[in-house]
Design a protein around this ligand. Structure first.
Ligand code: NAP
Ligand code: F7E
Length: 334
């Protein structure tokens, strides 16, 4: 921990799944951590995933600072970055739901694509020397066949994927144009008990817990044939951090290299609770997308070789971790 003492990081999207795990990791490593949280009308801020690390503003010696802000507000980002002068910036803020991006394409572009360029420009305007991590995604590969690696052609299939391609190339462009240490982590799907409840893994494991407890009978899903490479989010934030501690600014695929269908995941999750998925999963076309990404399976050889990062938790163990957590979270859950 001592080697990082005094280092300062800024995380956009700190209240999200990855942001919360990353904040925990960096605090454990001795960093001072700043995060941008959005204004809401009903809460002081959406910080439920940060409960384990939240520090009251009146505490002395605290190392976690939350700032009200939004990546659609360029001035706010310039001022904040100039004030705190972070050594590392992790741009995790996004409208990250693929299905939702079809309903809110312009909004998704504003946050997910232009948010990245606002941040890069804010760093330039502040004139500070910092390292920047951009949360790129396997969704950029779209229909290009697996295994996908750092040289695979992009063919995004959603407004979200298109927005992330923009942010990805903006990051490469600022690295090449201005010599910034700015890198893309091309993450494949990664999940955890903190995953948003409308992503398919969490939707399934939450339903398993509620069905096992007799609270409901069925879960309605869309395409069961989609293939994904699901990893464990706490391991992925470690990859992000290690990419910024690397000697050179290099883009990497972050993946397990293992494939499973949505059907496989559902089967594993239900059977972990002693249930037969076929009795509880029903189809609803409203969960299908105008264009689907059929098969994403990453080739993580480069990050394993050059950074020494390797996924340990694979999709079937992940299903068990998430089912156990969702069962425990129910009132009276064990
Ligand atoms: P997430 O749970 O959806 O979190 C997104 C975060 O962005 C939340 O903190 C959210 O704040 C914040 N946010 C949204 N709009 C914002 C805005 N206009 N200004 C400031 N903050 C805003 O996503 P995640 O799963 O942690 O993923 C983190 C990043 O990695 C995202 O960029 C995502 O696109 C990318 N990614 C994720 C995966 C994956 O499988 N998880 C894979 C590849 C790439 P609220 O809490 O207020 O909503
Ligand atoms: O869908 C299918 C759906 O929404 C996975 C984001 O973190 O990972 C995530 O995007 C698959 C798709 O994740 C339902 O059609 C079936 O094929 O959990 P998801 P995603 O779209 O892969 C990437 C890497 C990101 O970057 C994104 O930010 O499951 N599916 N039935 C369903 N999906 C949902 N959500 N709900 C269903 O009922």
């Amino acid at each position: 921990m001592t080697i990082n003492r005094g280092r300062t990081a800024l995380i956009t999207g700190i209240s999200g799944q990855d942001g919360s795990y990353l904040a925990e990791l960096l605090l454990t490593e001795g960093y001072v951590v700043h995060g941008i949280v959005r204004h809401t009308s009903s809460l002081i801020a959406n910080t439920s995933r940060l409960d384990t690390v939240y520090q009251d503003p009146h505490e002395t010696g605290r190392r976690l600072f939350l700032h009200k802000g939004d990546v659609t507000d360029a001035g706010m980002m310039v001022n904040l970055i100039r004030d705190i002068r972070p050594d590392e910036i992790y741009n995790l803020a996004a409208q990250s739901h693929v299905r939702v991006s079809f309903d809110l394409p312009e909004y998704t572009a504003n946050v997910t694509a232009l948010g990245a360029i606002r941040l890069l420009e804010a760093v330039r305007a502040s004139g500070i020397d910092t390292r920047i991590y951009q949360a790129s995604t396997s969704e950029m590969f779209g229909t290009t066949a697996p295994p996908q690696d750092e040289n695979t052609r992009f063919h995004p299939r959603s407004p979200y994927g298109v927005a992330k391609v923009y942010a990805h190339w903006a990051t490469v462009n600022y690295r090449e144009s201005y010599g910034m240490f700015a890198v893309n982590g091309i993450s494949f799907n990664h999940e955890s008990p903190r995953r948003g409840e409308t992503f398919v893994t969490r939707k399934i494991t939450r339903a398993v817990a509620r069905i096992a407890a007799g609270l409901e009978q069925k879960v309605y899903l869309g395409n069961l044939d989609a293939v994904r490479d699901w990893g464990y989010a706490p391991e992925y934030v470690e990859a992000m951090w290690r990419m910024l501690r690397h000697d050179e600014p290099v883009d990497y695929v972050i993946a397990t290299g293992r494939a499973a269908t949505v059907r496989d995941f559902a089967e594993a999750a239900f059977s972990h609770a002693g249930l037969d998925w076929r009795e509880h999963v029903a189809h609803d076309e409203r969960y299908e997308r105008p264009a689907e990404v059929p098969e994403l399976v990453g080739d993580p050889a480069k990050i394993e070789r050059e950074i020494g990062w390797k996924a340990r938790v694979h999709w079937d163990e992940l299903a068990r971790i998430m089912v156990d957590a969702d069962r425990k979270a129910l009132p009276g859950g064990a």
